[in-house]
Design a protein around this ligand. Structure first.
Ligand SMILES: [Zn+2]
Length: 1004
C-alpha cells in the first residue's frame, strides 16, 4: 500500500541480506553504495591559526569533489578531536563517537548506547531519544554500536535545532543519570521479573529482548562465528551488541567502570558537517562540555590479529526448529582476513571482487556453488569498517553429503578464474555499476551521515579523517590495472594464497523450544531481593514521566507551507508522462505505472509472480543471462512490484498498478529504455526449466524469510482484514508464499497452467492502455528520455480489456503465527470510519502522541519491548504494533486502554507543541530525488492535491489537547477490536490459544 507521507521503499531486484537495526557491522554492502569520491588536494597552507575556544587547527584541506573543506581540530585541554566537513549542504550533521572495544560478550557498549538516553544531568527524562523524535524536525536522530565503536549522530536542516540536540546528546554521553539510578540498568540491560516472591524469575530487558531476536537469525549467528574464527586474540571475537545468554550475567558496576573509562573527551571523535557556524559551535563545545576535562590516556585501540599459519576450521551450532531436516541445513562459510590497512583502494577493490564472484546472476563462484547443488543459496559478507577487513563466501542450507565439497569447489573456481583471466566485459560492467552507485550517492539526501561513517572508519583506526572520502584516484588506478591482471592478482594473493583464513560450519541442533531458565537455584532471600528491585523499577518508571525540558523550536519557527514536489504533465509518444524536474547528478529515474485493473481477481497471485519473472526470463530478443548483463551494464537496477493506490480518504477505492522502475545515467538512457521495452513487451514464459528454477528460488527465499518473519507478516495479515488495499497487497504476502509452495510442489501437473496464466496476465498488465510514465531527472537530461521513449512504447501492445471489479471483504479475524523467534510481534487494528470519523491532520498528531506519549512508555519502558508504534492511514485504518516484545496478553491490554489514556491527556503547552512539531517533522522527512518523484506520482494517482496536503498541515498546526482527547471514543474501539495478529514464539501463543481463530505453525 502506498502512504502519502512516509518514504516509499526502494525495491531492488538484486536481493540483499536483511539488515538488523543498529548493527552497522552488517551494513557494509550498503555503506559502500554510498561511498563518495573526493580528491583531497595537497595540504593547503596552514594559516596561523589562533587558539580559538581552546581548539587548535591540526589540518585543513579541500575535499574537492564534495565541494567541501575538511578542518581537523584538537581541543587542547581535554584532548577531544573535531573534524568539520564544511560545504553548503543544508542537512547539517553532528555526531560524537567513542572507540569502544568489547570486553566480553555481555553487550556493554550496546547497553551503554541505550542507557545514556535514559536521562542526564540537564535532561532527566527516561526516554530522551523518544522525546527528541516526538518533538523536532530533525532528519535523523539515533545511535549505533559496531564491533569497535559507538557513535551518536543527529541531523537537522535547522541550525538552532541542531544546536539544541547537540546539547542533549553531549549531556547524555558525558553526564548520564545511570550513575545515580540503578533502574536504568535494569530497564535497558535487564532484570528479573516475578509475579510473587515465590515465583520462578524471568529475565526481561530492552537490549536483552532486542538481541534475543537478533540471535534468532542464523546469518547473524554466522557473522559472529566468522569474526570469532578470524580474531581469536582480539576484542573483535566478542559481541559488542551482546549475546543474550551473557547479557543476563552483566553487573552494573562493570557497566559504570566501562563508561568511566571510554566515554571521555580524550577518546571522543566529534564530526560536524554542512553549512553551519563553526566558530560558534567550537565555542559552545568548549564552554559547555570540554573545558571541564583534562586530557587522559585512554587505551581503546584494538591490536592487530597476527595472521594464521594455516587455515582454521571451526564448527558451531544453531537451533533449528524441530520440523526441519537436520541433514540439509548446514551453513558453511569460507572467510579471509585481509591483512592490509584500510584504504579507498582496498575497499573498492574488494567491493568489485565481491560483485564479480558473488554479486550477479552470472557470478562464477555463486553459479558454480548453486549449480553443483551446494546449498540452497549462496551469498557473501564483506566487512570493511574494522582495521583488518574480512571477506566471506557463504553457502546456506547445505546437505550433509555436499559439505565436504564446499571448500574445494570455491577454491577450484577461483583458481580457474585466475588462470583463465576474468572476462573483461563483465569486469567493466561491474566497475560501471560501482561508479553509478558513487554518482547516485553524491546527490543523496543524507550523504552527511554516510560521510560520518567513512570518516570514523579511518579516523578511529589512526588514519586521516578524509582518507576514505577520496575515491576518484583509487578508482582511476583500479581501472588502469583492470586490463593488466590487477584483479586476478588480488584474488590470488588475498584469497587463494591467503593462510589467514577460516572455514566455519554452523550445524543445526534441535531447538528444544523452551528457554533454559536463567536462575533456578535461588534462595528465598535472593528472590525477595529481585522482587523488591522489580517493584523499585516499576515505581521509578511511573515517576520518570518528568519535566519536559528538552529544548524545542517554537511553532513560529516552523514553516507553515507544505513542500511542493515538482510534477509536470506531458504526453510523449502518445503516453501520459509525469516529469519531476530535480537535480539527480545526471541520472534518470523512470517509473512505469501499468494499469492492472483488468487483471481478474483470481489471477492476482500470478501478477505477483509475473513481477518476479520480469528481467529473469528470456525475451524474444535476449536470453535471461544477457538481460542480467545488460541491466548491470546500462542501468542502476530494475524493480518490479504490484502496488495499490487507495483514493484519498476513500480507502474502499483502490487503483492497482504494476510499477516497473529502472534508472540510468543519461548516456545510457536510450539503451535502458530499449531493454525495458523488450522485457515489458516481449518476455517469454515458455522455458519450463527456467520457470521451475525461478519458482524454486522464490520458494527458498520466502521460506527462510518466513521462519524469521515478524513485523511485515503481522501488519500484512492485519491490513488484509481491515481494508481492500490491505487485502490486495496480501496476495503478495503470506498467501503468495502458500501459492508458490503449491506451484513448486505440483510443478509438473501445473506447468501448462502456469505458462498460460503468466501469459494472460502479462498481456493485460504490460499494456500501453492506461500506462503512466513518471520520470525524475534534470532539465538537461529530459530530452534524452523524450527522444528515446518511443523505443520503449513501440514494444508494448495496445489492447483493450474491460476493467475487473474486485470483491474484497473485511474480515474479523484473530490469527497467530508460530515462528523461530523467541519474542513476539503483536498487532491490532480498527477501521475508524466505522466510528463515523474521517481522516484529518489531527490524526498525525495523534499518531505522535500514541507513539511517543503512550506506547513507548507502556510497551518499551515498562514492557521491555524493543519497539512499539502506531500506523494511521487516510483510507480508514489505525493499527498498533509492538516489536521484539516479550509479552502478548499484557500488550493487548495496553492497546485496549488507549482510549482511557487519551481521555486523561493533559499535556503542558510545551509538550503539546512538541507533539505538533514532531508530526510536521514526519511530513518534512528527507526524500531522495527518486523518492520525491515517486511520492509525487503516488499523490497524482491517488487524487491527492497540494491543497489537501496544505490543509492537513494546517490541521496539524492547529491541533489542541481537546482534539486529541476527542479521539478517545474512537480508540475505545480497541477494547473490542476484532482483529489481531501475533507472530512469534509458540509458548505464549499456545497459552492464549483460545483467543485466536487460527494458529499457524510456520514449520508444519
Ligand atoms: Zn539496540
Amino acid at each position: 500500500m502506498t502512504t502519502i507521507w512516509k518514504k516509499p521503499v526502494k525495491t531492488n531486484s538484486r536481493k540483499r541480506r536483511g539488515v538488523q537495526h543498529l548493527s552497522l557491522l552488517l551494513l557494509f554492502v550498503q555503506l559502500v553504495l554510498f561511498i563518495t569520491p573526493a580528491s583531497a588536494a595537497a595540504l593547503s597552507n596552514l594559516k596561523d591559526f589562533p587558539l580559538s575556544s581552546g581548539f587548535e587547527l591540526v589540518d585543513e584541506r579541500p575535499v574537492k569533489d564534495l565541494n567541501a573543506t575538511g578542518k581537523w581540530y584538537r581541543h587542547r585541554k581535554s584532548g577531544a578531536q573535531v573534524y568539520y566537513l564544511q560545504n553548503d549542504d543544508d542537512n547539517k550533521v553532528f555526531s560524537i563517537g567513542f572507540r569502544t572495544p568489547a570486553p566480553d560478550d555481555s553487550g556493554i557498549p550496546h547497553i551503554i548506547e541505550h542507557s545514556v538516553f535514559c536521562g542526564s544531568r540537564k535532561y532527566p527524562v527516561n526516554n530522551m531519544l523518544s522525546q527528541i523524535q516526538k518533538g523536532s524536525v530533525n532528519t535523523f536522530a539515533n545511535a549505533f554500536t559496531t564491533s569497535d565503536k559507538t557513535f551518536f549522530p543527529v541531523a537537522s536542516k535547522n541550525e538552532k535545532e541542531l544546536r539544541n540536540l547537540m546539547d542533549v546528546y553531549l549531556d547524555a554521553v558525558f553526564h548520564p543519570n545511570f550513575y545515580q539510578s540503578p533502574e536504568i540498568f535494569w530497564q535497558e540491560g535487564g532484570h528479573f521479573e516475578l509475579a510473587s516472591p515465590a515465583d520462578v524469575p524471568v529475565y526481561n530487558g530492552i537490549v536483552y529482548n532486542e538481541m534475543k531476536s537478533h540471535y534468532t537469525a542464523v546469518d547473524n549467528r554466522l557473522d559472529r562465528a566468522i569474526l570469532k574464527s578470524l580474531f581469536p586474540d582480539t576484542s573483535y571475537s566478542r559481541d559488542a551488541m551482546g549475546d543474550p545468554k551473557e547479557t543476563s550475567k552483566l553487573t552494573r558496576d562493570k557497566l559504570l567502570a566501562y563508561h568511566q573509562t571510554y566515554y571521555h573527551p580524550s577518546n571522543s571523535f566529534i564530526f560536524l558537517y554542512g553549512n553551519l557556524n563553526i566558530d560558534d559551535t567550537l565555542k559552545f563545545l568548549d564552554e559547555e562540555y570540554l573545558r571541564d576535562y583534562d586530557q587522559k590516556q585512554v587505551d581503546a585501540s584494538i591490536p592487530l590479529q597476527t595472521p594464521f599459519e594455516k587455515r582454521r576450521t571451526v564448527t558451531g551450532e544453531y537451533p533449528l526448529p524441530t520440523k526441519e531436516d537436520r541433514d540439509e541445513n548446514t551453513y558453511l562459510s569460507l572467510n579471509y582476513g585481509i591483512n592490509e590497512p584500510l584504504s579507498s583502494e582496498l575497499i573498492l577493490t574488494m567491493t568489485i571482487v565481491d560483485r564479480l564472484l558473488m554479486g550477479t546472476a552470472t557470478s562464477p563462484v555463486k553459479t558454480t556453488l548453486l549449480g553443483s547443488g551446494i546449498g540452497k543459496n549462496a551469498y557473501s559478507f564483506l566487512l570493511a569498517d574494522i582495521k583488518q577487513p574480512v571477506y566471506s563466501i557463504i553457502a546456506e542450507k547445505v546437505r550433509d553429503e555436499q559439505v565436504p565439497f564446499f571448500e574445494s569447489t570455491v577454491e577450484k573456481t577461483l583458481r580457474n578464474l585466475v588462470r583463465q583471466g576474468i572476462d573483461r566485459e563483465q569486469l567493466q560492467t561491474i566497475i560501471d555499476m560501482v561508479e553509478y552507485e558513487i554518482r547516485e550517492s553524491q546527490a543523496g539526501a543524507s550523504r552527511g551521515l554516510l560521510y560520518n561513517q567513512l570518516v570514523l572508519n579511518s579516523w578511529m583506526n589512526g588514519g586521516h579523517p578524509a582518507a576514505l572520502l577520496k575515491v576518484e584516484e583509487a578508482l582511476a588506478k583500479i581501472k588502469q590495472g583492470a586490463s593488466s591482471g590487477y584483479f586476478e592478482q588480488f584474488i590470488e594473493e588475498h584469497l587463494l594464497n591467503n593462510l589467514y583464513s577460516s572455514l566455519v560450519a554452523l550445524k543445526p541442533v534441535s531447538a528444544a523450544g523452551k528457554e533454559e531458565p536463567l536462575k533456578t537455584a535461588l534462595t528465598d532471600a535472593e528472590k525477595e531481593i529481585l522482587f523488591r528491585q522489580q517493584k523499585e523499577l516499576q515505581d521509578w518508571q511511573s515517576k520518570a514521566k518528568s519535566s519536559e525540558n528538552i529544548p524545542r523550536l517554537t511553532l513560529k519557527e516552523i514553516n507553515r507551507q507544505a513542500q511542493v514536489l515538482p510534477l509536470e504533465e506531458r504526453t510523449e509518444a502518445g503516453v501520459k508522462v509525469l516529469f519531476h524536474q530535480l537535480f539527480t547528478n545526471g541520472i534518470a529515474y523512470v517509473d512505469l505505472y501499468f494499469d492492472t485493473q483488468d487483471v481478474p481477481q483470481t489471477q492476482l497471485p500470478y501478477l505477483y509472480l509475473l513481477a518476479e519473472m520480469l528481467g529473469n526470463v528470456s525475451t524474444d530478443h535476449r536470453n535471461y543471462r544477457m538481460i542480467d548483463q545488460e541491466l548491470n551494464e546500462h542501468t542502476g537496477g530494475l524493480a518490479v512490484v504490484p502496488d495499490t493506490f487507495p483514493h484519498y480518504k476513500k480507502g474502499e477505492l483502490i487503483t492497482p498498478k504494476l510499477l516497473v522502475s529502472i534508472s540510468a545515467v543519461a548516456d545510457q538512457v536510450p539503451a535502458a529504455l530499449e531493454l525495458l521495452g523488450d522485457m515489458a513487451g516481449h518476455s517469454r514464459f515458455d522455458d519450463e526449466r527456467r520457470l521451475r528454477e525461478i519458482l524454486h528460488q522464490i520458494r527458498t527465499h520466502r521460506e527462510s524469510a518466513l521462519y524469521e518473519a515478524g513485523e511485515s507478516l503481522a501488519l500484512g495479515r492485519l491490513q488484509s482484514f481491515l481494508s481492500p488495499a490491505g487485502q490486495y497487497d496480501e496476495q503478495g504476502g503470506y498467501s503468495y508464499s502458500r501459492f508458490i509452495v503449491d506451484l513448486d510442489d505440483h510443478f509438473d501437473t501445473k506447468v501448462a497452467e502456469i505458462r498460460r496464466n503468466l501469459k494472460q496476465v502479462a498481456q493485460r498488465a504490460l499494456n500501453k492502455e492506461g500506462l503512466i510514465i513518471s520520470v525524475t531527472t534534470g532539465d538537461k537530461e529530459y530530452p534524452l528520455f523524450q527522444q528515446n521513449v518511443g523505443r520503449l512504447v513501440s514494444a508494448l501492445e495496445s489492447q483493450h480489456f474491460s476493467p475487473e471489479t474486485y470483491h474484497f471483504q473485511k474480515a474479523d479475524k484473530k490469527e497467530a503465527f508460530i515462528t523461530a523467534s523467541e519474542v513476539y510481534v503483536v498487532a491490532q487494528g480498527i477501521d475508524y470510519r466505522e466510528t463515523g470519523r474521517q481522516y484529518n491532520g489531527h490524526m498525525e498528531v495523534l499518531r505522535n502522541v500514541l507513539d511517543h506519549g503512550y506506547l513507548w512508555e507502556r510497551l518499551r519502558m515498562k514492557g521491555g519491548a524493543y519497539g512499539a508504534f502506531s500506523q494511521i492511514d487516510d483510507g480508514g485504518t489505525i493499527s498498533l504494533c509492538s516489536v521484539d516484545d516479550p509479552n502478548v496478553k499484557e500488550t493487548i491490554d495496553v492497546y485496549a486502554q488507549t482510549g482511557e489514556f487519551l481521555r486523561r491527556f493533559q499535556p503542558g503547552e510545551q509538550e503539546m507543541t512538541s507533539y505538533i512539531i514532531g508530526a510536521i517533522g514526519v511530513m518534512d522527512d528527507l526524500l531522495e530525488p527518486w523518492e520525491k518523484g515517486r511520492v509525487a506520482a503516488a499523490r497524482y494517482i491517488r487524487g491527492l492535491r497540494q491543497q489537501d496536503i496544505q490543509q492537513v498541515r494546517e490541521e496539524i498546526l492547529s491541533t489542541s489537547p481537546q482534539d486529541i482527547r476527542n479521539f478517545a471514543p474512537l480508540m475505545d474501539a480497541f477494547r473490542r477490536a476484532r482483529n489481531l495478529t501475533v507472530v512469534g514464539n509458540g509458548e505464549k501463543i499456545m497459552q492464549n490459544q483460545d483467543s485466536f481463530d487460527s494458529v499457524v505453525d510456520i514449520f508444519k
